[in-house]
Design a protein around this ligand. Structure first.
Ligand code: SAM
Ligand code: SF4
Length: 266
């Protein structure tokens, strides 16, 4: 499906929860966030029905994100349900890897094809500072398990302040090389101030080639991360919400006072 600027929209990112087991300083406040009430959170059935509609309209790549997608109960079942939809060529997930040691094999068996893993540092204390949790060992064990069970093309997302020459980023680049993984460097963004950048090693933040729409955990179809536009599937219905998002997808992102990385999934 084409938007008004002739961009072919083929990529859907689904945030399945706003909850997380880390508290990265650039993403969430220390005390956590007001969690969505159960009735506002989309059910798996709603997510699957929406995705079927999106695929029927031209989506062929789906990524699950959050919050932390692995903290949502039944995630493996959801992956199976999505992989059963004809027409999805690429099913991926973005995770902080804290729970990945336990989930890598079941996710692979359920049909998940690719993983993006967030890793900003290899230093235990820096990790605890950045994420406000002492979980580096779990994360590294999760990455090893993902490699072991055979995930290919694993990408590491490394958030940097300004440049990939920062010591943490240099260490992540070396670790990625040693493990045969691809590292991408994401400069810290501020949606509210309209500060966003093109992701080094990825397509994110590059408006002219943007092929994405997003589904938030409460059912808003978002045409752009850097905009407050959103069309709720419970109000508009799946098809109309997608059409509205397509019709209003801005040529370029500006700012968003409403979106947060942990609700929209980055
Ligand atoms: N919890 C999972 C994780 O961290 O991989 C998935 C959700 S997280 C919101 C998705 C991506 O957004 C992560 O790679 C994270 O580093 C990135 N992110 C969060 N806040 C950001 C910010 N302010 N600027 C740039 N990237 C950010
Ligand atoms: Fe959680 Fe991911 Fe946000 Fe970190 S970036 S607080 S892991 S949702």
């Amino acid at each position: 499906m084409k938007d008004n600027y002739n961009r072919n929209i083929t990529y859907l990112r689904i945030s399945i929860t706003d909850r997380c087991n880390l508290r990265c300083t650039y993403c969430m406040p220390e005390e956590g966030v007001d969690k969505l009430s159960h009735k506002d959170l989309l059910s798996f059935e709603e997510i699957v029905e929406f995705t079927k509609q999106a695929v029927a309209m031209g989506i062929n790549k789906v990524r699950l994100t959050g919050g932390e997608p692995l903290v949502r109960k039944g995630i493996v079942d959801l992956v199976k349900m999505l992989w059963d939809i004809d027409g999805i060529k690429d099913l991926a997930l973005t995770t902080n890897a804290v729970l990945l040691k336990e989930y890598a094999q079941p996710l692979k068996d359920a049909g998940l094809q690719r993983l993006n893993i967030s890793l900003d540092t290899l230093d235990k204390e820096r990790f605890a500072q950045i994420t406000r949790r002492d979980k580096l060992e779990e994360v590294l064990a999760g990455i090893d398990e993902a490699i072991k069970v055979g995930f290919k093309q694993i990408k590491l997302n490394c958030v940097i302040e300004k440049t990939k020459k920062e010591p943490d980023a240099v260490a992540v680049a070396k670790y990625a090389e040693d493990k045969g993984l691809q590292a991408r460097f994401i400069r810290t963004m501020n949606l509210e101030k309209g500060e966003f950048w093109i992701v080094d090693g990825g397509d994110g933040g590059n408006c002219s080639i943007c092929n994405r729409i997003r589904l938030s955990s409460s059912g808003d179809v978002l045409p752009c991360l850097f905009s407050d536009l959103g069309y709720n599937i419970r109000e508009f219905g799946n098809k109309e919400a997608i059409l509205q998002a397509l019709e209003h997808k801005p040529q370029k992102g500006t700012i968003s006072k409403k979106n947060e990385f942990y609700t929209v999934g980055g």
